[in-house]
Ligand binder design. Structure first.
Ligand code: ADP
Ligand code: MG
Length: 243
């Protein structure tokens, strides 16, 4: 399996608070990697360091073998290669569904508006929302908004999609449709890194699971290793609290 992102000795502090302590892992092409762990363990900070919404304090992030933190690296290109889906959707509420999915393509990737529209509609179709293309976000349910956010991110043709608790802000009845959409995407071979509290989903779709505790990767392995045969006491304690 080829490595897309390699993280070496990644550290992040906010003031005196060291939130990520020497993180070492990889993201491999075509895999679904889920990150689980208690609130405050550093999961969001890790995702935000990967896409450089936060600047790591030290360490390396290699993308296709090149350190993106080195001076002179083309960060704007790197950022377009990573799609991000947030807990809170972050849609543009003044734009309709289609425009939400075309604007980044036109302004950042400089795609022709007609091409951007074609790509956006393909992705809206994938998430089952093509017929909502003219709706405004305020007319949609939370689950529908999150599927638009997924279509918008996909429309930039990212190499890796990062999801930060994509279902945590949803009404229970719309969680399933978003998880289904993500599972469908996983089956297309898309590379996905997913922070989630949905343990059944993680167990079902992941190729690999990372359990984070207090800023370190406490345990990492196949879903079966983590959920059925965890080795570390802290993994066992976490799972017994939430399962
Ligand atoms: P998780 O996503 O696992 O709940 P986070 O990565 O959000 O954890 O947070 C890890 C720790 O980092 C927490 O103690 C949090 O308060 C702290 N933290 C996160 N972002 C910031 C920030 N921008 N400024 C200061 N502290 C932060
Ligand atoms: Mg978080």
């Amino acid at each position: 399996m080829s490595t897309i992102i390699e993280i070496n000795h990644l550290k992040k502090s906010f003031g005196d608070n060291e939130v990520l302590k020497d993180i070492q892992t990889t993201v491999n092409k075509g895999e679904v990697l889920t990150i689980i762990g208690s609130s405050g363990s550093g999961k969001s900070t890790l995702l935000r360091c990967i896409n450089l919404l936060e600047k790591p304090t030290s360490g390396e992030i290699l993308y296709n073998g090149e350190n993106v933190l080195q001076k002179g690296y083309n960060l704007s290109t790197y950022r377009t290669k990573l799609g991000m889906v947030f807990q809170s959707f972050n849609l543009f509420n003044n734009l309709n569904v289609l425009e939400n999915c075309t604007t980044g393509q036109i302004t950042v990737l400089k795609r022709h508006p007609e091409e951007a529209k074609k790509i956006a509609l393909e992705n809206l179709d994938k998430v089952g929302l093509k017929e909502f293309q003219s709706a405004k976000p305020s007319q949609l349910s939370g689950g529908q908004k999150q599927r638009v956010a997924i279509a918008r991110a996909l429309s930039m043709n990212p190499d890796v999609m990062l999801f930060d608790e994509p279902t945590s802000a949803l009404d229970p009845e719309t969680v399933g449709e978003v998880l289904k959409t993500m599972k469908d995407l996983a089956q297309t071979g898309l590379t996905m890194v997913i922070v989630t509290h949905e343990m059944d989903f993680a167990r079902d779709v992941s190729d690999r699971v990372i359990f984070m505790d207090k800023g370190v990767i406490a345990e990492e392995g196949a879903p079966e290793d983590i959920f059925v045969h965890p080795k570390e006491e802290r993994t066992k304690a976490f799972l017994s609290r939430i399962l």
